[in-house]
Design a protein around this ligand. Structure first.
Ligand code: ZN
Length: 461
Protein backbone atom coordinates (compact mmCIF):
# COMPACT_ATOMS: atom_id res chain seq x y z
CA UNK A 1 0.00 0.00 0.00
CA UNK A 2 2.76 2.36 0.92
CA UNK A 3 4.60 2.42 -2.40
CA UNK A 4 1.32 3.35 -4.06
CA UNK A 5 0.94 6.34 -1.78
CA UNK A 6 4.56 7.24 -2.42
CA UNK A 7 4.19 7.45 -6.17
CA UNK A 8 1.21 9.75 -5.97
CA UNK A 9 2.94 11.94 -3.42
CA UNK A 10 6.07 12.17 -5.55
CA UNK A 11 3.98 13.29 -8.52
CA UNK A 12 2.38 16.05 -6.48
CA UNK A 13 5.63 17.29 -5.01
CA UNK A 14 7.34 17.41 -8.39
CA UNK A 15 4.53 19.73 -9.48
CA UNK A 16 5.44 21.98 -6.57
CA UNK A 17 9.12 21.85 -7.50
CA UNK A 18 8.35 22.95 -11.04
CA UNK A 19 6.35 25.82 -9.64
CA UNK A 20 9.51 26.95 -7.84
CA UNK A 21 10.05 26.79 -4.10
CA UNK A 22 10.93 30.13 -2.54
CA UNK A 23 12.71 30.73 0.71
CA UNK A 24 10.54 30.34 3.75
CA UNK A 25 12.99 32.52 5.64
CA UNK A 26 12.05 35.40 3.34
CA UNK A 27 8.54 35.30 4.72
CA UNK A 28 9.48 34.92 8.37
CA UNK A 29 7.13 36.50 10.84
CA UNK A 30 8.16 37.35 14.37
CA UNK A 31 6.85 35.06 17.08
CA UNK A 32 6.48 35.37 20.82
CA UNK A 33 8.89 32.67 21.94
CA UNK A 34 11.71 33.20 24.45
CA UNK A 35 15.33 33.74 23.46
CA UNK A 36 17.53 30.81 24.41
CA UNK A 37 19.64 29.58 21.56
CA UNK A 38 21.30 31.89 19.08
CA UNK A 39 20.90 30.55 15.56
CA UNK A 40 20.57 34.08 14.25
CA UNK A 41 23.54 33.57 11.96
CA UNK A 42 21.52 31.11 9.94
CA UNK A 43 18.68 33.43 9.23
CA UNK A 44 19.76 37.01 9.75
CA UNK A 45 22.86 37.14 7.58
CA UNK A 46 23.09 36.96 3.85
CA UNK A 47 23.47 33.30 3.04
CA UNK A 48 23.92 33.61 -0.71
CA UNK A 49 27.31 31.93 -0.75
CA UNK A 50 26.42 29.30 1.80
CA UNK A 51 25.84 25.94 0.18
CA UNK A 52 26.19 23.77 3.29
CA UNK A 53 25.12 24.07 6.90
CA UNK A 54 26.92 21.94 9.46
CA UNK A 55 25.19 21.54 12.82
CA UNK A 56 27.99 20.47 15.12
CA UNK A 57 27.92 18.79 18.54
CA UNK A 58 24.33 17.57 18.18
CA UNK A 59 22.80 14.81 20.26
CA UNK A 60 20.80 13.09 17.53
CA UNK A 61 17.45 11.66 18.60
CA UNK A 62 14.94 9.80 16.47
CA UNK A 63 12.56 6.91 17.03
CA UNK A 64 14.89 4.43 15.32
CA UNK A 65 17.48 5.00 18.06
CA UNK A 66 17.45 3.55 21.57
CA UNK A 67 19.31 6.56 22.94
CA UNK A 68 20.82 9.83 21.68
CA UNK A 69 23.88 9.59 19.44
CA UNK A 70 26.46 12.35 19.18
CA UNK A 71 26.98 13.71 15.68
CA UNK A 72 27.67 16.61 13.31
CA UNK A 73 24.85 16.96 10.80
CA UNK A 74 25.59 18.29 7.34
CA UNK A 75 22.73 19.85 5.33
CA UNK A 76 22.94 20.73 1.67
CA UNK A 77 20.16 21.80 -0.66
CA UNK A 78 17.54 21.09 2.01
CA UNK A 79 18.65 17.46 2.48
CA UNK A 80 20.65 15.78 5.25
CA UNK A 81 23.88 14.71 3.55
CA UNK A 82 25.69 13.16 6.46
CA UNK A 83 25.45 12.88 10.25
CA UNK A 84 29.13 12.37 11.06
CA UNK A 85 31.01 15.06 9.16
CA UNK A 86 34.24 16.26 10.78
CA UNK A 87 33.52 19.68 12.28
CA UNK A 88 35.86 21.63 10.04
CA UNK A 89 35.35 24.91 8.24
CA UNK A 90 35.10 24.75 4.46
CA UNK A 91 34.31 27.13 1.63
CA UNK A 92 30.56 27.78 1.44
CA UNK A 93 29.93 26.01 4.75
CA UNK A 94 28.19 27.63 7.71
CA UNK A 95 28.86 25.96 11.05
CA UNK A 96 26.45 26.17 14.00
CA UNK A 97 27.47 24.70 17.34
CA UNK A 98 24.48 23.05 19.04
CA UNK A 99 26.56 22.54 22.22
CA UNK A 100 25.16 19.11 22.98
CA UNK A 101 21.51 19.94 22.51
CA UNK A 102 19.10 17.44 20.99
CA UNK A 103 18.58 17.46 17.22
CA UNK A 104 15.48 15.53 16.21
CA UNK A 105 13.15 15.23 13.21
CA UNK A 106 10.39 17.80 12.68
CA UNK A 107 7.05 16.60 14.04
CA UNK A 108 4.18 15.32 11.89
CA UNK A 109 0.54 15.70 12.99
CA UNK A 110 -1.62 13.22 11.05
CA UNK A 111 -5.03 14.63 12.00
CA UNK A 112 -5.54 18.37 11.61
CA UNK A 113 -8.11 20.64 9.99
CA UNK A 114 -6.16 23.70 8.93
CA UNK A 115 -9.26 25.57 7.69
CA UNK A 116 -11.10 25.10 11.03
CA UNK A 117 -10.55 28.57 12.47
CA UNK A 118 -13.80 28.41 14.46
CA UNK A 119 -15.08 25.72 16.77
CA UNK A 120 -18.58 26.01 15.32
CA UNK A 121 -17.94 24.20 12.04
CA UNK A 122 -21.27 25.25 10.51
CA UNK A 123 -20.34 28.89 11.03
CA UNK A 124 -16.83 28.14 9.73
CA UNK A 125 -18.31 26.62 6.55
CA UNK A 126 -20.38 29.77 5.98
CA UNK A 127 -17.39 32.16 6.11
CA UNK A 128 -16.52 34.07 2.96
CA UNK A 129 -13.64 32.27 1.23
CA UNK A 130 -11.30 35.25 1.65
CA UNK A 131 -12.05 35.47 5.36
CA UNK A 132 -11.64 31.73 5.86
CA UNK A 133 -8.29 31.78 4.03
CA UNK A 134 -6.92 34.72 6.01
CA UNK A 135 -8.05 33.14 9.30
CA UNK A 136 -6.18 29.95 8.32
CA UNK A 137 -2.79 31.65 7.81
CA UNK A 138 -1.90 32.13 11.51
CA UNK A 139 -3.03 28.55 12.16
CA UNK A 140 -0.46 27.33 9.63
CA UNK A 141 2.30 29.44 11.22
CA UNK A 142 1.29 28.13 14.62
CA UNK A 143 1.94 24.53 13.58
CA UNK A 144 5.49 25.43 12.52
CA UNK A 145 6.13 27.43 15.69
CA UNK A 146 5.21 24.36 17.74
CA UNK A 147 7.60 22.13 15.78
CA UNK A 148 5.18 20.52 13.31
CA UNK A 149 6.96 20.75 9.97
CA UNK A 150 4.40 18.47 8.26
CA UNK A 151 0.67 18.03 8.82
CA UNK A 152 -1.89 15.71 7.26
CA UNK A 153 -5.19 17.54 6.82
CA UNK A 154 -8.12 15.12 7.06
CA UNK A 155 -10.87 17.34 5.75
CA UNK A 156 -11.05 20.89 4.41
CA UNK A 157 -7.70 21.91 2.95
CA UNK A 158 -7.28 21.44 -0.78
CA UNK A 159 -4.37 21.18 -3.20
CA UNK A 160 -4.06 24.93 -3.99
CA UNK A 161 -3.28 25.70 -0.33
CA UNK A 162 -0.68 22.90 -0.12
CA UNK A 163 0.84 24.17 -3.36
CA UNK A 164 0.89 27.78 -2.13
CA UNK A 165 2.86 26.67 0.94
CA UNK A 166 5.26 24.61 -1.20
CA UNK A 167 5.86 27.71 -3.35
CA UNK A 168 6.49 29.93 -0.32
CA UNK A 169 3.36 32.02 -0.92
CA UNK A 170 2.13 31.09 2.56
CA UNK A 171 4.19 30.12 5.62
CA UNK A 172 3.26 26.72 6.94
CA UNK A 173 4.15 23.08 7.35
CA UNK A 174 4.35 20.66 4.45
CA UNK A 175 0.65 19.98 3.88
CA UNK A 176 -0.70 16.54 2.92
CA UNK A 177 -4.41 16.85 2.12
CA UNK A 178 -7.50 14.95 1.02
CA UNK A 179 -9.63 17.87 -0.13
CA UNK A 180 -13.15 17.75 1.29
CA UNK A 181 -14.18 14.74 3.42
CA UNK A 182 -17.16 12.68 2.21
CA UNK A 183 -20.22 12.34 4.44
CA UNK A 184 -23.74 10.97 4.11
CA UNK A 185 -26.77 13.22 4.44
CA UNK A 186 -27.16 13.86 8.16
CA UNK A 187 -23.58 12.71 8.75
CA UNK A 188 -20.53 14.30 10.30
CA UNK A 189 -20.08 17.14 7.80
CA UNK A 190 -23.75 17.94 7.41
CA UNK A 191 -23.91 21.04 9.62
CA UNK A 192 -27.59 21.90 8.99
CA UNK A 193 -29.83 22.16 12.02
CA UNK A 194 -32.91 19.93 11.94
CA UNK A 195 -35.17 22.74 10.73
CA UNK A 196 -32.82 23.64 7.85
CA UNK A 197 -33.93 21.91 4.65
CA UNK A 198 -31.71 23.86 2.29
CA UNK A 199 -29.43 22.02 -0.11
CA UNK A 200 -26.09 21.22 1.64
CA UNK A 201 -24.36 21.45 -1.74
CA UNK A 202 -24.47 25.21 -1.30
CA UNK A 203 -21.34 25.07 0.86
CA UNK A 204 -19.56 21.96 -0.34
CA UNK A 205 -16.88 23.83 -2.31
CA UNK A 206 -16.31 26.64 0.20
CA UNK A 207 -12.82 27.17 1.59
CA UNK A 208 -13.92 26.81 5.21
CA UNK A 209 -16.02 23.67 4.92
CA UNK A 210 -14.48 20.37 6.07
CA UNK A 211 -16.58 18.04 3.94
CA UNK A 212 -19.25 17.47 1.33
CA UNK A 213 -22.33 15.27 1.11
CA UNK A 214 -22.35 12.16 -1.09
CA UNK A 215 -25.07 9.47 -0.79
CA UNK A 216 -25.12 6.13 -2.56
CA UNK A 217 -22.47 4.25 -4.49
CA UNK A 218 -22.58 6.46 -7.58
CA UNK A 219 -22.34 9.74 -5.69
CA UNK A 220 -19.54 8.47 -3.47
CA UNK A 221 -17.64 7.29 -6.54
CA UNK A 222 -18.10 10.62 -8.30
CA UNK A 223 -17.16 12.65 -5.21
CA UNK A 224 -14.03 10.55 -4.62
CA UNK A 225 -13.01 10.97 -8.25
CA UNK A 226 -13.63 14.70 -8.10
CA UNK A 227 -11.48 15.08 -4.98
CA UNK A 228 -8.71 12.96 -6.50
CA UNK A 229 -8.84 14.93 -9.75
CA UNK A 230 -8.44 18.13 -7.76
CA UNK A 231 -5.32 16.83 -6.04
CA UNK A 232 -6.49 14.91 -2.96
CA UNK A 233 -3.68 12.60 -1.78
CA UNK A 234 -6.08 10.20 -0.04
CA UNK A 235 -9.85 9.97 0.57
CA UNK A 236 -11.50 10.80 3.89
CA UNK A 237 -14.91 9.44 4.77
CA UNK A 238 -17.10 10.12 7.79
CA UNK A 239 -17.98 6.58 8.88
CA UNK A 240 -19.63 7.26 12.27
CA UNK A 241 -21.57 9.93 14.13
CA UNK A 242 -19.55 12.89 15.39
CA UNK A 243 -19.40 15.55 18.09
CA UNK A 244 -19.16 18.71 16.00
CA UNK A 245 -22.19 18.00 13.78
CA UNK A 246 -25.78 18.53 15.01
CA UNK A 247 -27.92 15.57 13.87
CA UNK A 248 -25.76 12.42 14.01
CA UNK A 249 -25.57 10.61 17.37
CA UNK A 250 -22.16 9.00 17.99
CA UNK A 251 -23.53 5.46 17.59
CA UNK A 252 -24.85 6.05 14.05
CA UNK A 253 -23.03 4.32 11.22
CA UNK A 254 -21.83 6.81 8.62
CA UNK A 255 -21.73 4.79 5.42
CA UNK A 256 -23.10 1.47 4.23
CA UNK A 257 -20.62 -1.24 3.24
CA UNK A 258 -21.36 -0.66 -0.47
CA UNK A 259 -20.58 3.03 -0.18
CA UNK A 260 -17.42 2.43 1.82
CA UNK A 261 -16.14 -0.25 -0.55
CA UNK A 262 -16.51 2.03 -3.55
CA UNK A 263 -14.52 4.76 -1.80
CA UNK A 264 -11.79 2.22 -1.00
CA UNK A 265 -11.80 0.97 -4.60
CA UNK A 266 -11.53 4.50 -6.04
CA UNK A 267 -8.70 5.33 -3.66
CA UNK A 268 -6.87 2.10 -4.51
CA UNK A 269 -7.32 2.79 -8.24
CA UNK A 270 -5.63 6.13 -7.63
CA UNK A 271 -2.77 4.45 -5.73
CA UNK A 272 -3.83 5.68 -2.33
CA UNK A 273 -6.01 4.81 0.68
CA UNK A 274 -9.10 5.76 2.69
CA UNK A 275 -9.07 7.40 6.11
CA UNK A 276 -12.27 7.16 8.16
CA UNK A 277 -13.68 9.16 11.05
CA UNK A 278 -15.02 6.66 13.62
CA UNK A 279 -15.41 5.89 17.31
CA UNK A 280 -17.41 2.71 17.97
CA UNK A 281 -16.29 -0.89 17.56
CA UNK A 282 -19.22 -1.52 15.20
CA UNK A 283 -18.14 1.31 12.89
CA UNK A 284 -14.46 0.35 13.08
CA UNK A 285 -15.15 -3.33 12.33
CA UNK A 286 -17.24 -2.37 9.29
CA UNK A 287 -14.57 -0.01 8.01
CA UNK A 288 -11.81 -2.59 8.47
CA UNK A 289 -13.93 -5.18 6.60
CA UNK A 290 -14.31 -2.72 3.72
CA UNK A 291 -10.57 -2.04 3.43
CA UNK A 292 -10.20 1.32 5.20
CA UNK A 293 -6.54 1.85 6.16
CA UNK A 294 -6.35 4.91 8.43
CA UNK A 295 -8.69 4.74 11.46
CA UNK A 296 -9.24 8.16 13.04
CA UNK A 297 -10.11 8.63 16.76
CA UNK A 298 -11.09 5.02 17.76
CA UNK A 299 -12.15 6.21 21.26
CA UNK A 300 -14.68 3.41 21.83
CA UNK A 301 -12.76 0.48 20.36
CA UNK A 302 -12.85 -2.89 22.18
CA UNK A 303 -10.11 -5.53 22.30
CA UNK A 304 -11.66 -7.83 19.66
CA UNK A 305 -12.02 -4.97 17.16
CA UNK A 306 -8.51 -3.75 17.87
CA UNK A 307 -7.28 -7.25 17.03
CA UNK A 308 -9.12 -7.09 13.69
CA UNK A 309 -7.52 -3.71 12.95
CA UNK A 310 -4.06 -5.02 13.83
CA UNK A 311 -4.48 -8.10 11.62
CA UNK A 312 -5.58 -5.91 8.71
CA UNK A 313 -2.49 -3.73 9.12
CA UNK A 314 -4.48 -0.56 9.79
CA UNK A 315 -3.02 2.56 11.38
CA UNK A 316 -5.00 4.20 14.21
CA UNK A 317 -4.86 7.96 14.75
CA UNK A 318 -6.14 8.79 18.25
CA UNK A 319 -6.89 12.49 18.86
CA UNK A 320 -7.47 12.69 22.60
CA UNK A 321 -6.55 16.32 23.16
CA UNK A 322 -9.46 17.62 21.11
CA UNK A 323 -12.00 16.07 23.49
CA UNK A 324 -10.31 17.80 26.43
CA UNK A 325 -10.42 21.05 24.47
CA UNK A 326 -14.05 20.60 23.43
CA UNK A 327 -15.06 19.91 27.02
CA UNK A 328 -13.03 22.71 28.61
CA UNK A 329 -13.27 25.42 25.95
CA UNK A 330 -16.23 24.41 23.78
CA UNK A 331 -19.02 26.26 25.62
CA UNK A 332 -16.94 29.48 25.77
CA UNK A 333 -15.89 29.26 22.10
CA UNK A 334 -19.31 28.78 20.53
CA UNK A 335 -19.64 25.01 20.25
CA UNK A 336 -23.39 24.41 19.73
CA UNK A 337 -25.35 22.76 22.60
CA UNK A 338 -26.13 19.66 20.48
CA UNK A 339 -22.38 19.07 20.19
CA UNK A 340 -21.59 19.77 23.85
CA UNK A 341 -24.13 17.07 24.78
CA UNK A 342 -22.13 14.47 22.83
CA UNK A 343 -18.60 15.16 24.12
CA UNK A 344 -18.72 12.81 27.10
CA UNK A 345 -19.93 9.93 24.88
CA UNK A 346 -16.44 9.72 23.41
CA UNK A 347 -14.16 11.51 25.87
CA UNK A 348 -14.31 8.96 28.64
CA UNK A 349 -13.35 6.02 26.41
CA UNK A 350 -10.32 7.84 25.06
CA UNK A 351 -7.65 6.95 27.61
CA UNK A 352 -8.68 3.28 27.68
CA UNK A 353 -8.48 3.12 23.88
CA UNK A 354 -4.72 3.83 23.96
CA UNK A 355 -4.00 0.75 26.05
CA UNK A 356 -6.41 -1.40 24.02
CA UNK A 357 -4.77 -0.36 20.74
CA UNK A 358 -1.26 -0.86 22.15
CA UNK A 359 -2.05 -4.30 23.60
CA UNK A 360 -3.55 -5.46 20.28
CA UNK A 361 -0.47 -4.28 18.41
CA UNK A 362 -2.20 -1.55 16.37
CA UNK A 363 0.28 1.00 15.05
CA UNK A 364 -0.65 4.51 16.21
CA UNK A 365 0.12 7.84 14.52
CA UNK A 366 -0.02 11.25 16.23
CA UNK A 367 -3.21 13.25 15.71
CA UNK A 368 -4.95 16.18 17.40
CA UNK A 369 -8.11 17.24 15.50
CA UNK A 370 -8.22 20.62 17.26
CA UNK A 371 -10.66 23.28 16.12
CA UNK A 372 -10.66 27.06 16.22
CA UNK A 373 -8.78 28.80 19.02
CA UNK A 374 -7.90 25.46 20.62
CA UNK A 375 -5.43 24.63 17.80
CA UNK A 376 -2.71 26.06 20.08
CA UNK A 377 -3.12 22.99 22.36
CA UNK A 378 -1.61 20.75 19.66
CA UNK A 379 1.40 19.56 21.68
CA UNK A 380 -0.65 18.55 24.75
CA UNK A 381 -1.38 15.23 23.02
CA UNK A 382 2.22 14.23 23.87
CA UNK A 383 1.56 14.64 27.60
CA UNK A 384 -1.83 12.90 27.42
CA UNK A 385 -0.42 9.84 25.64
CA UNK A 386 2.57 9.73 28.00
CA UNK A 387 0.19 8.78 30.82
CA UNK A 388 -0.33 5.41 29.06
CA UNK A 389 2.33 4.84 26.38
CA UNK A 390 6.13 4.86 26.43
CA UNK A 391 8.10 7.83 25.16
CA UNK A 392 9.75 6.13 22.21
CA UNK A 393 6.48 4.83 20.72
CA UNK A 394 4.89 8.28 21.10
CA UNK A 395 7.90 9.87 19.41
CA UNK A 396 7.55 7.28 16.61
CA UNK A 397 3.85 8.17 16.23
CA UNK A 398 4.78 11.76 15.36
CA UNK A 399 7.82 10.91 13.22
CA UNK A 400 8.54 7.48 11.66
CA UNK A 401 4.99 6.06 11.79
CA UNK A 402 3.50 9.34 10.59
CA UNK A 403 6.01 9.54 7.74
CA UNK A 404 5.03 6.04 6.63
CA UNK A 405 1.33 6.92 6.78
CA UNK A 406 1.85 9.86 4.41
CA UNK A 407 4.05 7.85 2.05
CA UNK A 408 7.33 9.58 2.98
CA UNK A 409 9.08 6.88 4.97
CA UNK A 410 12.81 7.55 5.15
CA UNK A 411 12.35 11.05 3.69
CA UNK A 412 10.71 12.53 6.80
CA UNK A 413 10.65 11.56 10.47
CA UNK A 414 14.33 10.58 10.79
CA UNK A 415 17.71 12.26 11.16
CA UNK A 416 19.54 10.25 8.52
CA UNK A 417 21.41 10.80 5.26
CA UNK A 418 18.98 11.33 2.38
CA UNK A 419 16.15 12.62 4.56
CA UNK A 420 14.67 16.08 4.10
CA UNK A 421 16.23 18.50 6.61
CA UNK A 422 13.10 19.08 8.71
CA UNK A 423 14.71 19.32 12.15
CA UNK A 424 14.12 20.59 15.67
CA UNK A 425 16.68 21.71 18.24
CA UNK A 426 15.34 20.63 21.61
CA UNK A 427 16.29 21.00 25.25
CA UNK A 428 16.16 17.54 26.84
CA UNK A 429 15.80 13.98 25.58
CA UNK A 430 12.36 13.05 24.13
CA UNK A 431 13.31 9.35 24.04
CA UNK A 432 13.38 9.52 27.82
CA UNK A 433 10.58 12.03 28.40
CA UNK A 434 8.45 12.74 25.34
CA UNK A 435 6.15 14.99 27.39
CA UNK A 436 8.75 17.76 27.17
CA UNK A 437 7.46 18.30 23.61
CA UNK A 438 4.16 19.35 25.19
CA UNK A 439 5.83 22.65 26.07
CA UNK A 440 7.25 23.88 22.75
CA UNK A 441 7.75 27.47 23.89
CA UNK A 442 10.19 26.31 26.54
CA UNK A 443 11.76 23.19 25.06
CA UNK A 444 11.75 23.52 21.25
CA UNK A 445 14.54 26.01 20.63
CA UNK A 446 14.64 26.03 16.85
CA UNK A 447 12.54 24.79 13.92
CA UNK A 448 14.23 24.02 10.61
CA UNK A 449 12.19 23.07 7.56
CA UNK A 450 13.77 21.89 4.32
CA UNK A 451 17.14 23.22 5.53
CA UNK A 452 15.70 26.72 6.22
CA UNK A 453 15.43 28.02 9.75
CA UNK A 454 11.80 28.96 10.34
CA UNK A 455 12.44 30.11 13.86
CA UNK A 456 15.21 30.05 16.40
CA UNK A 457 14.76 31.44 19.84
CA UNK A 458 17.64 33.84 19.25
CA UNK A 459 15.52 35.73 16.75
CA UNK A 460 12.91 36.85 19.23
CA UNK A 461 12.94 40.59 19.60
ZN1 ZN B 1 -11.21 15.39 12.39
Amino acid sequence: MNSRIGRRDAALSSHSRRAGRKSIAALHIAHPLPAKLDLVALQGKKTRNVVQILLTNAQIVDATLAEPVGGHVLIEDGIIKDIATRPRAAAGRMMIDLKGRTLMPGLIDCHVHVVASMMNLGANAALADTTALLRCLPILRGYLDRGFTTVRDVGGAMFPLADAIAQGLAVGPRLIQCGKALSRTGGHTDYRERHDARDPDRYQTKFGVLGRIADGVDEVRRAARQELRQGAQFIKIMANGGVSSPTDPIAWQGYSEDEMRVAVQEAADAQTYVSAHLYTSEAIARAVRCGVYSLEHCNLIDAATAKLAAEAGCVAVPTLVTFEALAEDGPRLGLPPASIAKIEDVRQGGMASLAILRDAGVVMAYGTDLLGETQSRQNEEFAIRARVLDSRSILASATTIAAKLIGMEGRLGVVAPGAIADLLVVDGNPLENVALLANPARNILAVIQGGQVYRSAGLTK
